[in-house]
Design a protein around this ligand. Structure first.
Ligand SMILES: [Zn+2]
Length: 85
C-alpha cells in the first residue's frame, strides 16, 4: 500500500512540476512526452512512467529491508550520520 502511494505521489509530482494547466488535454500531452500509454479500461491508468515505476521499486525494496538504497538516499543518510554500513 505504501509503495502504491509513493508511485501515485510521483505521478502527482510529474503533473505539478511542469506547471501545466490541470486539464485532460495538457495531461495527455505531458504523459505522451514522459510516459508510455497503457491499454486498459476507463477505470485503469492510461499512462505509465519509468520514474513512477522506479519509485515503486525503491520503496518496495526499502520496505522489504533491502539495504540497496538509491544513491541520493545513501547520501541523505550519511549527511545525517545514520549510514549503517
Ligand atoms: Zn503509474
Amino acid at each position: 500500500m505504501i509503495a502504491v502511494l509513493a508511485h501515485d505521489l510521483q505521478h502527482v509530482r510529474e503533473v505539478l512540476d511542469p506547471g501545466i494547466p490541470l486539464d485532460g488535454s495538457a495531461m495527455d500531452s505531458l504523459f505522451n512526452r514522459i510516459g508510455s500509454r497503457l491499454r486498459g479500461t476507463e477505470m485503469a491508468e492510461q499512462y505509465e512512467t519509468a520514474a513512477a515505476q522506479k519509485v515503486t521499486t525503491l520503496v518496495t525494496r526499502e520496505l522489504e529491508g533491502n539495504n540497496e538504497k538509491a544513491p541520493e538516499k545513501r547520501r541523505e543518510d550519511k549527511d545525517r550520520g545514520r549510514l549503517a554500513s
